[in-house]
Design a binder for this molecule. Structure first.
Ligand SMILES: Cc1cc2nc3c(=O)[nH]c(=O)nc-3n(C[C@H](O)[C@H](O)[C@H](O)COP(=O)(O)O)c2cc1C
Length: 382
């Protein structure tokens, strides 16, 4: 069971794992502040839960964020990475990525690039346009981003990384956070040192994906590495990230790392109700519920319809890649999942959704058939 409690020890800001027998004492000691203690503060922002949506380029668009928020439990969402230079030149795709609505709160915009001036100007532009949080991408492993000195490449140069954070922090009043990996490779585990430095420079939180750049998305998440980042900072929250797919995974990450919050990317597509489950678990409520078939099909339709509001006909193409992630969780028979991966029109979507409702659960595999497309082969060739 996870409870967020007020405490003065070294895990003061952290979740604390407690046994049911400790629960009563803990409850009475924290009776009045327990609801508030589920909140988390990042700079001057008070976030309603400690479970965040990690950015997934191509997936975590406004429609997905809105549909997920409607299911409850989400503390913070961050946009896909947005190229700072393109944003400043009002590139259409960049503006689409930062599109938001009144439900889509709290939201951080993730920017990337290597030039401190440009990132600072982009952050200022965002602040001037009413956005309330900026996240700097220092974790992207893609060659086209790293080749220009952005993403994970930034973490290889301590002084440049510090200058970049300092410039962005000093350009704006809104909280600036950083998302990074443990380091470039096993020999360069720079994250703890950088996290400590970024805190001194004014970063409001660090999200740490427990892999190195060399790992890409393979291998396992290094919990000890995340813990080292947690221990390296004094006060700011550390958000643990990587391979959290269930309440159990989140509890295990929290317990072994002491992180303040958890960011979930792919797990949110595998189970859109995961944030709600996590929030219920943190309140000691029953989290192991099964959404009804109607709720499951409603979610599918809702996500698609929200998408059409922003992307119109192009939504048919954009939505297809969710099919393989949603299929197992939403009880979609394999043949209908295949159709969902190829559909071309709104009418076709509606007829597939109708059939899914009629044949809900007629599915052989309980495992998601598609994985998010990640580059293949050695990371040097991405
Ligand atoms: C398809 C895909 C796109 C991603 N896009 C971004 C991104 O735009 N910015 C970012 O910081 N991380 C990005 N990531 C990394 C995720 O935010 C996250 O750190 C990683 O997937 C591990 O968390 P997860 O296991 O919960 O997905 C991406 C990952 C994937 C698989």
């Amino acid at each position: 069971m996870i409870l967020a409690v007020q405490s003065t020890d070294s895990l003061s800001r952290r979740f604390i794992q407690i046994s049911p027998s400790m629960m009563n004492a803990q409850s009475s000691a924290n009776e009045t502040d327990q609801p508030a203690s589920r909140e988390i503060r990042i700079g001057d922002r008070v976030l309603p839960s400690r479970f965040f949506l990690a950015p997934l380029a191509g997936y975590t668009h406004l429609a997905f964020r809105t549909a997920i928020r409607e299911l409850g439990g989400l503390g913070l969402a961050t946009t896909d990475l947005v190229h700072a230079t393109s944003l400043l030149s009002k590139n259409r795709k960049s503006l689409e990525l930062i599109a938001t609505n009144e439900i889509d709160r709290p939201l951080s915009i993730q920017i990337f690039g290597s030039k401190p001036d440009v990132l600072a100007a982009a952050a200022l532009w965002l602040e001037d346009h009413g956005y309330t949080g900026v996240d700097i991408n220092m974790g992207c492993p893609m060659a086209k981003v790293n080749g220009q000195g952005g993403g994970a490449r930034i973490t290889c140069e301590y002084d440049s990384a510090c200058e970049l954070v300092s410039r962005v922090v000093n350009a704006v009043k809104i909280p600036v956070t950083v998302k990074m990996r443990l380091g470039w490779d096993r020999d360069k585990l720079t994250a703890p040192e950088l996290a400590a430095a970024f805190e001194q420079l004014g970063a409001a939180a660090i999200t740490i994906h427990g892999r190195t750049r060399a790992q890409g998305f393979g291998g396992s998440v290094d919990m000890d590495g995340i813990r080292q980042v947690v221990e390296a900072v004094e006060k700011i929250p550390v958000v643990g990230n990587g391979d959290v797919r269930s309440v159990k995974d989140a509890q295990s990450m929290q317990k072994t790392t002491g992180c303040d919050a958890i960011a979930i990317g792919r797990g949110a597509m595998l189970d859109p109700w995961l944030f709600r489950r996590l929030e219920l678990a943190s309140q000691s409520k029953d989290w192991d519920f099964e959404p009804t078939p109607d709720e499951q099909v409603h979610f599918l339709r809702r996500h698609f319809r929200l998408m059409t509001g922003q992307h119109e006909e192009y939504s048919c193409k954009l939505f297809r890649k969710f099919a393989g992630w949603y299929g197992a969780r939403l009880g979609i028979p394999e043949d209908l999942e295949n159709r969902l991966r190829r559909f071309d029109s709104f009418d076709e979507f509606e007829s597939i959704a109708d059939e899914i409702r009629l044949r809900h659960g007629e599915r052989e595999s309980t495992v998601a058939t598609a994985l998010v497309k990640v580059p293949n082969g050695p990371v040097e060739r991405w």
